[in-house]
Unconditional design. Structure first.
Length: 97
């Protein structure tokens, strides 16, 4: 028997997977408290190895929760407001059940 999933279920799982690490939650908290932030500034607020930070940012960006703008040599990150609102709605709907 083949199981089918709705687009909402697939999207919610993608958001949940990206948020499934406490470091990523911390990064999202940092970014949600400001318009945008350079990765170096995030590293100052949350001292982890730059390579580790980069990997976490990559996962959050792949899930669509954040977006990045490259201004060599810096990368500016901010919350993807549209997907952030979508994630909120999807989580709210799930948790109300």
């Amino acid at each position: 028997m083949k199981i089918s999933y709705s687009q909402n279920q697939i999207q919610l799982a993608r958001f949940a997977k990206a948020m499934g690490n406490p470091a990523r939650i911390k990064i999202l908290e940092i970014l949600s408290n400001q318009d945008c932030c350079y990765s170096g500034n995030i590293a100052e607020e949350f001292p982890i190895a730059l390579s580790t930070l980069s990997q976490h940012l990559k996962e959050l960006k792949a899930a669509g929760l954040i977006q990045g703008e490259i201004n060599p040599p810096y990368i500016k990150y901010c919350i993807n407001k549209e997907n952030w609102a979508s994630a909120k709605l999807l989580f709210d709907a799930l948790l109300k059940k």
